[in-house]
Design a protein around this ligand. Structure first.
Ligand code: AP5
Length: 233
């Protein structure tokens, strides 16, 4: 059975930063719906042209487009052992669609980590963020500065500020998060899948807690599966 981890949290909560570290630690792909949309935009595909306005305004892309894109990504060979999902699901309909996609493969969501960060901190993080144009590594002017200004530590690529990192879009993205995504906290809590993580701690401390949570959930998933097999036998 695969390990499917969902990272939930507001814009700038650190989902991308943590998903990248967690993916490396567990040797699982980091599947970011935002990165997939930005790649489509950059490549000027039909999907990219369709979603451009939504991203620029800080609105959610319609569920049908988003679900189809992520389902296709999860179907790829590197996701057979699981994935770290960052930015998806973001609506109840997306969460139900994810359950369906995984159930069709005999899989399920292993754990949902809610990376909890207050609004002021979200805004401070978004306004200082710089991203590598080539490998998408994420930096922050104060909290995670690159060794050389404007240059990625990993691949030497140029750092840029995302088009949706403007003060007006930040405000809208937080509103959209509170209206449409925050209800997922309750949705997953009721299913006993949610674990709260203090996202305001240092990057390394958040990662240590997250890794421990995911490893424990993975062990529990294996125990439940073995118990289930014993029942069938
Ligand atoms: P997306 O790319 O998913 O953006 P987001 O959810 O708004 O999240 P961010 O990527 O802005 O932040 P993050 O939580 O990953 O934080 P990060 O690690 O970068 O979505 C963009 C758009 O695409 C959406 O608005 C929508 O239009 C569309 N979209 C995407 N998914 C969709 C979906 N499922 N449905 C519909 N539409 C969708 O960290 C932020 C900064 O803080 C960085 O500078 C980092 O270095 C720093 N930092 C991180 N952790 C810490 C820490 N612990 N301490 C100090 N600094 C930290």
């Amino acid at each position: 059975m695969g390990l499917f981890v969902v990272l939930l949290g507001g814009p700038g909560a650190g989902k991308g930063t943590q998903a990248d570290l967690l993916g490396k630690a567990l040797q699982l792909p980091h599947v970011s719906s935002g990165d997939l949309f930005r790649a489509a935009l950059k490549a000027d595909t039909e999907l990219g042209r369709e979603v451009k306005g939504y991203l620029a305004r800080g609105e959610l892309v319609p569920d049908a487009l988003t679900i189809a894109m992520v389902a296709q990504r999860l179907d790829q060979a590197d996701c057979q052992r699981g994935a770290v999902l960052d930015g998806f699901p973001r609506t109840i309909d997306q969460a139900e669609a994810l359950d369906g996609v995984l159930a069709a493969r005999g899989e399920q969501v292993t754990v949902v980590a809610f990376v909890n960060v207050g609004e002021d901190v979200l805004l401070a993080r978004l306004s200082g963020r710089w991203t590598c144009r080539i490998c998408q590594a994420v930096y922050h002017l104060l909290y995670k500065p690159p060794r050389e200004a404007g240059k990625c530590d990993v691949c030497g690529g140029e750092l840029y500020q995302r088009a949706d990192d403007s003060p007006e879009t930040h405000k809208r993205r937080i509103e959209v998060y509170l209206e449409q995504t925050a209800p997922l906290v309750q949705f997953y809590r009721e299913r006993h899948l949610l674990v709260d993580i203090d996202g305001e701690a240092r990057i390394e401390d958040v990662q240590a807690r997250l890794l421990a949570v995911v490893q424990r959930a993975g062990r529990q998933q294996r125990l439940d599966r073995d118990k289930c097999r014993t029942c069938v036998d």
